[in-house]
Design a protein around this ligand. Structure first.
Ligand code: HEM
Length: 436
């Protein structure tokens, strides 16, 4: 525990203890404190630990990139741990390093390209459903639609032909992931049932002849550490659960926000449609090069991630003493970093509340230099960044030219802030077919 009475150089902050969590009240607290004390501040927490809120781009980069070995994951991961055991997102130190080294090759671009057919299939499923709703003059719960798209995609990418065994059509065993935020007994039971189902699939895969099919499970089963050791069943289960949780709600929420934003910005929508028509004239034209050429769509997605970064708050705990700027960070201190707040700080982003994809026009600038970190930075950076841009560009490129969305309500949706940033109510849009 930090001895907060010791003489250390600390940034300014309130003298009273401040409680923090991963919730909306924390966003209000951090917003108010940084308005009063600036972009580097410190305070004591009710548990006696020292906390730092760091909103300076260079210092954030230092913590996440160069000084990364001095930090571990911080508070707020309790519920996630119940789901993910010791998987990549929650593990630290040697356990994390070993898993990351074993898993990283699965995310090579050539591997992600092999999953593009699955991405097309999942977009086509949505198109069929939306077509029926549009013919009936109906509206879509776009939050649910993008959840179904991204969940079906990550599950097919992991399980290949075993996807059917998950029983998604009759009784979606993953529904509680995005619906139940309470840690009640029914969630514990659902997690237990789900882990058993996945263990059965893993056992059958181990027992079967290699099918030659291409999916993440096959790649994870084949992965070896530097001693030639493969993942145990337990480790594999934690990593598969991690991949599901990390890989679906983040992309689903981003896509939900994009559809919402586009419905309010016809000029931006028209530019994506023009780009999609020229780069992806049909399903057969979906190639890595065609998606790479969709640079404006990429900018729109980046601008959406600036305004609504799904992982809006990162926590870290100093594992050893560090110095930032002119300040000391004693071992045991908690660090709070918020892409949401940095992305909306006027000193870094002029008119931060406005939706303007042109701010991401490259013009020779490298993205690494922007105060922008929705996928984190450094060695713990998201492994699925390339996968997610490919899936999101393909989703928009195939669906936006076919379907027109209009907002059902003129009210701006309120935010719900937990581990992920969501809209507090599902987003709804009226859907119709475009005629040309
Ligand atoms: C818009 C989409 C996504 C966003 C914004 C996003 C964001 C992030 C962030 C911020 C982290 C680091 C969290 C932290 O350090 O506290 C992370 C980690 C991770 N993400 Fe993503 N993610 C996205 C999509 C995906 C997808 C589609 C996959 C898999 C296919 C994925 C797999 C992972 C994994 C495995 C990690 C753990 C990396 C590690 O700790 O070594 N993510 N993601």
């Amino acid at each position: 525990m930090t001895d907060i009475t010791a003489e250390i150089r600390r940034p300014p902050g309130p003298s009273e203890p401040v409680p923090l969590g991963i919730d909306s009240a924390t966003l209000d607290t951090l917003t108010a404190l940084s308005a009063e004390y600036g972009n580097m501040l410190s305070f004591e927490q009710p548990n006696g630990r020292l906390a730092y809120f760091v909103n300076e781009p260079d210092e954030v980069r230092r913590i996440l990139v160069r000084r990364h070995p001095k930090y571990r994951k911080g508070p707020g991961f309790e519920r996630v741990k119940m789901l993910l055991g010791n998987g990549l997102i929650v593990s630290d130190g040697d356990v994390w390093r070993r898993s990351r080294t074993m898993i990283q090759p699965a995310f090579k671009v050539q591997n992600v390209h092999r999953l593009m057919k699955t991405m097309v299939l999942c977009a086509d499923e949505r198109a069929q459903h939306w077509s029926g709703v549009a013919d009936a003059g109906g509206s879509l719960n776009i939050s649910e639609e993008t959840n179904e798209f991204a969940l079906a995609l990550i599950l097919r990418s992991i399980f290949g032909s075993d996807y059917e065994r998950l029983g998604m059509r009759d009784n979606n065993p993953f529904e509680f992931l995005s619906r139940d935020s309470a840690r009640d007994l029914s969630v514990v039971m659902k997690v237990r049932e789900l882990r058993q189902l996945l263990l059965d699939i893993i056992a059958d895969r181990r027992a079967s002849e290699l099918t030659g099919q291409f999916d993440f499970l096959e790649m994870y089963l084949a992965a070896k550490d530097k001693h030639g050791q493969a993942f145990s069943d337990r480790e594999l289960l934690d990593e598969i659960m991690t991949l599901i949780v990390a890989g679906f709600e983040t992309s689903a929420n981003t896509l939900g926000w994009v559809w919402h934003l586009l419905a309010g910005h016809p000029d931006v929508e028209a530019r994506i449609i023009a780009e999609a028509k020229s780069c992806l004239p049909g399903v057969d034209a979906v190639t890595p090069d065609a998606l790479q050429a969709m640079t404006y769509t990429q900018q729109v997605l980046e601008e959406t991630l600036r305004l609504y970064p799904p992982v809006w708050l990162f926590t870290r705990r100093a594992h050893e003493f560090d110095e930032l700027d002119d300040y000391d960070i004693p071992a045991g201190s908690d660090i709070y970093l918020s892409p949401y707040l940095m992305h909306r700080t006027a000193a870094f982003w002029p008119e931060p509340e406005s939706f303007d994809p042109d701010r991401f026009e490259r013009g020779g600038r490298r993205r690494q230099e922007l105060p922008f970190f929705p996928f984190s930075l450094g060695p713990r950076r998201c492994l699925g960044e390339y996968f997610s841009f490919l899936e999101m560009k393909l989703h928009l490129g195939l669906l936006l030219p076919r379907f027109q969305m209009q907002r059902v309500s003129a009210r701006e949706p309120a935010l719900e802030l937990a581990i992920n940033l969501r809209s507090s109510e599902d987003l709804r849009l009226n859907v119709s077919k475009r005629t040309h």
